[in-house]
Write a protein that binds this ligand. Sequence first.
Ligand code: GTR
Length: 442
Amino acid sequence: MKRNCDCLSRWSFADVILSVAALFLAVGSAGLSTPGLLAQEANYDEDKVPAYTLPDPLIDNAGKPVTTADQWTRHRRAEILALFEEHVFGRQPEFPVQLRTRLRSEVDDAAGGVAHRRELTVYFTEDDDGPQMDLLIYTPKNATGKVPAFLTLNFQGNHTLEADPRLRITPAWVRNNGDFGISENRSTEASRGGTASRWPVARIVEAGYGLVTIYYGEIDPDFDDGFRNGVNALSAESDGERAGNAGGSISNWAWGLSRALDVLQDDAQIDAERVAVFGHSRLGKTSLWAGAADPRFAMVISNNSGCGGAALSRRAFGETVARINRSFPHWFCINHRQYGGNESELPVDHHMLIALCAPRPVYVASAEEDRWADPRGEFLGLYHAGPVYRLLGRTPLESAEFPEVNQPLQSDVAYHIRTGRHDVTDFDWEQYLRFADRHLRR
Ligand code: GTR
């Protein structure tokens, strides 16, 4: 089965051509000399990581030390959240919504016969043809009460989790990955079950957990169209020039996860107070931002989230702030672009994004071959969030020593680097289930 690939190293030929064209266009418009810019190959040499000083999450904007949990919770946390809204992701959307749901299907024989499964359409307005998203909800068939759950976004559509013809094929735009059963950026029958390798649904429900997933393109299709599609249609913002701190697509995707959690508050099978928000790669950046902005998420998991996720931007290792904003100008707010090649001027770094999730359990995971995501930078992002976890009475990573591969570290936070490439694997899920057993079991 061709595995859908969302990573840079295996883009289709068309994607590469389009990407290079976009890069030249972006470079031209940015007034930067193409040769100079393209000569900035990614750095993969630790000896060339620039010297940097991380901003201290426990020194507030006025330069005063934060020494008590109360000062963090009532003052400093809000300051840092505002800094990420202003300088990295953009404001949390404030779309006017009237959430209503429609149960599209309910079966008791999903995932090889072990899961109860529902498809629940969530409408954001009164218009059945307006912005909407489908929640695909798996729960254990034999559950005797509400269960904890993983809530996550997927890359290719809910119908790609298992090859079951009863699942609705997303009607939304999808990225055309060549032969991945997609034509005209719409999914076809051939794409059913295409990402099943990332979703051990039977294992998850048999461990006593629910799994709720949404195709991220239904919230905000992942291409730079000037913020008109998906939930952007809900925006009352004028068509004028976009504000520097207007939310990017990561903020929209995080907003969608919070609306899904709104819906789960009334769910009869899932315990909305025990929901872990999980994401891979760009959707790992999203899960961290969703967990930071919405304290209702009980646990946060970042799988290979890299630059703009768990990795420290100041290291400029692998993908950089400049590169990610050129490749994906719609993901972050416009203000973020000024820090490309200028990371030391960022008033935050991504250890502070993780600290915003404290004292809740956070899991950061890396892959040994995923140098683009800077595994050591992801580990250090979690490590340097430690003082905040300690101030709040939790046990963070105790050592700054980078762990061996396939040797997970788990306490109130967790980290592992596994062998293999940028992906979501059974090894990853086994560690997440173990971490959830530690923190989400009643
Ligand atoms: C890459 C991007 C990474 C990561 C990845 C993914 O193209 O450079 O930041 O987000 O895509 O989301 O799969």
